[in-house]
Design a protein around this ligand. Sequence first.
Ligand code: DAH
Length: 339
Amino acid sequence: MREKLEQIRLEAVQALEKLNSLNELEDFRVRFLGKKGELTLLLREMGSLPADERPVMGRIANEIRAFLENELETKTAVLKEAELRQKLESEAIDVTVPGKRPAAGKLHPLTTVLNELKDIFLGMGFEVAEGPEVEYDYYNFEALNIPKNHPARDVQDTFYINDNILLRTHTSPVQVRVMESQKPPIKIIVPGRVYRSDEVDATHSPIFHQIEGLVVDKGITMGDLKGVLDVFAKALFGPETRTKFRPHHFPFTEPSAEVDVSCAICHGAGCRVCSYTGWIEILGAGMVHPKVLQYAGIDPEEYSGFAFGMGLDRIANIKYGIDDIRLLFENDIRFLKQF
Ligand code: DAH
């Protein structure tokens, strides 16, 4: 018995030295001190010893057990400490490392320009109106004095849904809708998306944006139109900006004009942006045609009005020096980030 005990003690001491992890420690405990452990089993045999040997063997066995338990406790503490230190090291955060800047969103250049235009016109007392993008032929053409055989109705330019319904080709139909539902004085701008069956290239897109303007009241003249557009152009492109009205034709205005602004880049000297003319065409305008007033139920003898319409994409491109309209729709984040 004594030899067996010594044997266990020896093996245990050797095994102890090799213990490297908490798992191994547990295996060790089970091997020697567990219910079926070597020492425990040996202690059970104690009963079969002669009575005088029992106390001696019992003392030795208990010494060994106490010794092993003590060693186990110490080793456990050491290994736990090491494990904790390793964990802390691997999870350490260097608070002095510079942070990652979160990517912040930005407004699309079209939105920025639209906000700017709204600001300018709201400052002159205009209100913002809207209308449907899926529109009746009646509002898009008929009530704007564009009769059935007019070339502007060509199916090549217009997305028809059926004979009576189409995707609006301009924001002008909202003029009629507002005049039908509202008594003068009317002073609105109408921003919105419009559609034309155009081949995509640097200056054409099947979807683009317009802003319409409409003022109807007693005694409105071409002078009011010129004044409003001149203030607008100076506010948008700078105080030195000049405007030029060129006679033109639109079915829904009479007289009609196309309006140029002096080139904001070269101030009239001539450059690539203005094709070396010193002027950039930005909108169409005119006095609301009496027939259009009539269609909308407003007496042209009593009231007169002016209207204008411009392409928002074009204005944004001029303002930001963008030379391809497709860039506004591709939404490449690298492009948009620049504004
Ligand atoms: N609707 C015209 C277009 O899409 C633009 C326009 C011209 C609007 C003259 C107007 C206007 O209100 O008076 O080309």
